[in-house]
Design a protein around this ligand. Structure first.
Ligand code: FES
Length: 107
């Protein structure tokens, strides 16, 4: 299943430096111990998703403008979390993050 991880307890904690996330790309990170994927589709616009694959729960890896699951080859759009290639049945759940100056923080 694809329950959204509860990262609320980590609100305000730094996830990454904004400069570490390529514009048009993505990185692997964690929020409150949960694996997440953080992308910067356009400069200053940061989005994050659970890295738990909606197929069978493997940890999905950042791969530029895509996220790739190592287990059975699912591919997700790094800007939206949408499935580009199955077998994953559902998008990766969004995780709230915000930009504070030169930092990306949870919540
Ligand atoms: Fe990700 Fe199967 S667990 S494709």
């Amino acid at each position: 299943t694809s329950a959204t991880p509860d990262t609320s307890a980590a609100a305000g904690q730094e996830v990454a430096a904004l400069a570490d996330i390529p514009v048009g790309g993505s990185i692997d990170a964690t929020i409150g111990g949960e694996p997440v994927l953080v992308a910067q589709p356009t400069a200053g616009e940061v989005v994050a998703f659970s890295a738990i694959c909606t197929h069978q729960g493997c940890v999905v890896a950042a791969a530029g403008d895509r996220f790739e699951c190592p287990c059975h080859g699912s591919v997700f759009d790094a800007a939206t979390g949408d499935v580009l290639q199955g077998p994953a049945p559902d998008p990766l759940p969004s995780v709230p993050v915000s930009v504070e100056g030169d930092r990306v923080v949870a919540g």
